[in-house]
Design a protein around this ligand. Sequence first.
Ligand code: GRF
Length: 229
Amino acid sequence: MPPLRIAVLASGGGSNLQALIDRFNAAAAEPVARVELVVGGRPGIGALERAAAAGIGSHALQPREATDAGAWLDLLTQHRIDLVVLAGYLRLVPSAVVETFRGRIINVHPALLPAFGGMGMYGMHVHRAVLAAGARVSGATVHLVDERYDTGRILAQWPVPVLPDDTAERLAARVLAVEHRLLPLVVEALARGEVVGPPATDPVGFDLESRAAPAEGHVRSLLVLGERG
Ligand code: GRF
């Protein structure tokens, strides 16, 4: 099987992008996936520098392109992208792009969705809200992207304890470290056919059964709880 061709969209420093590059593009033999395109939510961001350093093609969205589904689809088609990964991309994906790539766009979010998600819940806003709510557990979520913020089906979560003396910055750093492990795991599982889209009527939940490739068209969720193996 040729490697799954990934586009990563980012609006910031791109540390999750780097985790994907390290896992797949720098891998020695027969990677199951490769980052083939990096799309920056704006010019001049760290994610675009990381793409250049890794020799990966990139494109900085001009303001008018962010909502231009045609421009997105041209770009994704030109690069023959199989999977779109939002890693710190802060805007909504144009709905025609969601429609075309439904089930093939994922996002990483720095909390345990469905809690602490939605419009405005990004970056430090998330971690401050977690602390303000007195939550004892936070974590990272990877989910399918739909037309709204953070509401698509959850594919995987990794809990992180909230410590009594946590600040938003400390909690953010611990969650980010987990994101760097969870996101490549999910991409790898998708590339191996181990996670596929769940039946739309199924409530959000987790299926801890077999991780074997499911029957075509059937979707299983993957729950990753802490250390594996
Ligand atoms: C991560 O916390 C991710 O969950 C959120 O934005 C942040 C991106 O960080 N969506 P980075 O740009 O990958 O370092």
